[in-house]
Design a protein around this ligand. Sequence first.
Ligand code: B3K
Ligand code: ZN
Length: 850
Amino acid sequence: MSDFAPRYLADYSESNFSISTVELDFKLDETKTRVTNRMKMTRKVATKDPLVLDGEHLTLLSVLIDDEILSSDDYQLSDNSLSLLVDKAEFTLEIITEINPLDNTALEGLFKSGDAYCTQCEAEGFRRISYYLDRPDIMATFSTKVIADKEKFPFLLSNGNKVAEGDLPSGQHFVQWHDPFPKPCYLFALVAGDFDILKDNFTTSSGRDVALEIFVDKGNFNKAHHAMASLKHSMKWDEETFGLEYDLDIYMIVAVDFFNMGAMENKGLNVFNSKFVLADETSATDVDYFNVEAVIAHEYFHNWTGNRVTCRDWFQLSLKEGLTVFRDQQFSADMHSAAVNRIQNVRVLRSLQFAEDAGPMAHPIRPEKVIEMNNFYTLTVYEKGAEVIRMIHTLLGADKFRAGIDLYFKRFDGMAVTCDDFISAMSDASGVDLTQFKHWYTQSGTPIINVNESFDIKTSEYTLTLAQSNGDNPALHIPIGIELITAKDEQNQSTLLQLTEKEQSWTFKGFSQKPVLALLTGFSAPVKAPFSQPDQDLQIIMTRATDEFCRWDAGQKLLTTYIMQLLHNPALVLPESLYSAFVEILNADISEAFKAEQLTLPSFSELADSIDEVDPIALLNAIENIQHQIASKLAPMLLKQYQQNIQADYANDGKAIGKRALKNICLSYLTRLNDHQNLVTQQYQSSNNMTDTLATLSCAAKSSHEKLNEMMVDFEGKWQDITLVMDKWFAIQASVNDESIFDNLSKLIAHPLFSLKNPNRARSLIGAFVNSNPRYFHCASGRGYQFLIDQLIKLNDINPQVASRLITPLIQFKSFDQDRQIMIKAKLEQLAKQEVLSKDLKEKLDAALA
Ligand code: B3K
Ligand code: ZN
C-alpha cells in the first residue's frame, strides 16, 4: 500500500495474528539504540497469508523464529513493513533493530528531549521503535528492560511495576519493568534521564496504596506541587463520580520540554509537555494553573476511558477522547465555576471547531477515511466528541448515564471496542433508544437550527417551531434546552425539547404576554442557531434568565450584532442600550469571573466564522471600533472596576483569579484610549504574578505602547533561563500590532533561544503570529502568509505533526474574501510543489486544493 493511500473504516478486519507477550530490551545510545523485541505470537486463522509487521525508520539487524535466525531471503522488507511467511500456529518472533533517537526530530517513537530519552507512540509511533502489529486491537502484556549509563541516566522508566534492577559493567545499569495489564503498543512508554522527583501517595477507596511520582528537570522540584495536588484531586473525583479506582501500585508522570502535544496517557507512565506540569505563581498564569490541572486530570481519566477499555481501530478515537474530554470538563466544572467553564468550552467550539467543521478537513467525530492518523487528533474528535457525550448525559440524566458507564466497563473491560459498543451500553443500561442519535457519529458539519415563534394573545399559547438542517443529512436527535422568560411576576418555564424531526413544533400555555425565548440552555447541543432577537429581549435574557450560559450568550449576541453593523458602517454610533447593558453587568451581583466573561468580546475567529468570505482587516477594524467606543464611553466605570479589583497580595483561589480576570479585561479596554497608557507601565512594575505581567505586555503589544520595547527587554532579562516563560515572551513578540513585525519576526527566528525543533517554541512564535496577530498575518501584501509558508517548508522536514497543525488557517482559506482566497491558494500550491512532502501536510493540502 502506498504511503499516501487512504485507509477506510469500512475496510476494518481483524488481524490473522495475535501477540500475547512482548519482551523488549533497550540498549540506549544516542545514535544507535539497539532494540530487541521478543513476541509470543499466535496465528488465529489457518491461511497462508504472510505476517506483515509495521516498521518505519528502522535498521533491521536480525529476525529469529523460535530462536532460529532467518536469512534475508526468508522475509521482505519495505520502507514501512516487514513481511514473512510463518507456517506455525504458535511461535516466538524475535526482531532486533537499531534506531537513532538523536536524529528523531519528528518526536514520534524514541527521541531525545534535552538530555533525556523519551517515547511517544500514539497513534502509530511504536513502529519507529520495532517491527510490530501497530494497531490498537493488538493487546499484549509488556515487559521492558532498559540499559543505559548509570551516571547520565540514573532513572530508567517504563510501564507497570519495577521488577528488577542492577549494575552492569562499564558504568551501565539496567531496570526491568512489567505491566500486568495487556495493552496496545500505543500505550508503551520508556523514559531515561536524570530528574528531580516529587513523591507522594494516594490510598484508593478500597484501601490500596499507590505511589505517585512526578519527574521534572533538575531545579524544577518546586514547580511540581500543583500538578501533584491536581493528580490527587483527579483520583478522588473519579472514585466519587464514576466509582473508578487506579489499578497499579505506581503512577508516574514525567515532564519533558520537547513534545508534540499536551501529554500522553501511557499506562502507569504519563509523559507530559512540561507546560502542563510546571507551575508556580511567579512564572505561571492563572490559565496555566487551570490547564495543568485539566490535562493532569484528562490523562489520569484515560486510565479507564482509553487504557482499560481502548479503541478497536483509530477511526474510533473519539470513543476515548470525546469521553475523556467530557470527563475532564465535568471535573473542572466541579472544581471551579461550572458556568465559567461551560462558557470557555463553548468559546473554543465556536471559534475553532465550527471552522474546522466548515473547512476542507471536516469529518464526523468518527472519521471514515484517514491518510495520516495524526491529522485526526482534532477539535472535532475531541471537543465535538465531548459535546456528543454531553448530549447523551443530557438525554439520559446523570443517574442513567452513570449506569451506562458502569455497564460499559462491565462489558468491555480489557477490550478494544467501538463507538457503537459504547452507545449500546448506554442505551441498554438506560432503556433510552439511541438509534437516531448515532447519526452524530457519521455526519460532519455544524447543524443549523432555525427558530420560529408565535404567540396567540387570546389563548395565551406560545408556539415554538424548530427546524434543523445539515446539508442533505438525515435528521439528528438533538436535545434543546429552552427557558421561557415571562412577565416579571411569573415564573420562567424551563424544559428540555427533543428535536428528532426535520421540523417540529411545541406549544406552551399560560402566559400573559409573549415570553422571551432563551435557547440552548447550557449550550445543550453543538449547533448554530442564527436567530435574531431584539435588543430588549437580549437584555431581558441577560438579566432574568436563570440559565447562566444563556445570560452570557445573550450578551455575546448583542455585541455581535453591533460588530456586524460596524463592519458595514464604521461611523455607526453605538446605542445607549448597549452601554446600559454593560453598566448593568458591571453593577450586577455576580462573580467577577462571570463579569469578565461577559465583558469579553467574541473572538476574531468566532466572528469570522459567522461571516461569508470575510475581509479579516475590516472585521478587525470593527472589533477595535467597538472596543474603542465602549472604552471611551465607560472609561470612568471601567477605571473604577479596574482599581477595585487590584489585590495587594497574591492568592490563587477562584475569587482572586476572577478579580484578576475582571481587572485585566478592564485594562484591555482602557488601553484602547491614549490617556490610560500609564496603567500598563504601572501594573507591569507593581505586578507580583505572571497573569498580571502578561496582561500588561499583551495590552502593550496590541496598542503599540511606547514602553513596550523597554518592558520586553526587561522581561527577557529576568526570564531568559526559564523556557516556559520565554515561550510567552516569543508569543507576545509575535503578536505586536505594528508594521515592524516582519523585521522582528526575522530577528526572532534568528534569536539564540529560538529553535524550530522545539514544538512549544515553534508554536509560541509561529502559532502566536498566525492566531494572535490577524492584522499582519492577513495583511494585503501576503507577507504574513509567506512567513507561515516559509516556516512550514522547514517544519515539513523537521516535524510534520507541528507543521500540520500550524497550517490550519491557510487551508480554511475559503472563509476569507476573494483576494485572500486567491493569494492563499497560490501559496498553498507553492508548498504543495515541495519535492518531499510529509503525509501530514500532503493530506491537508490535497483536501484544501481539491
Ligand atoms: N492521547 C494523546 C494524544 C496523542 C496524539 C497523537 N498525535 C493525549 C490525549 O489526548 O490525552
Ligand atoms: Zn486524551
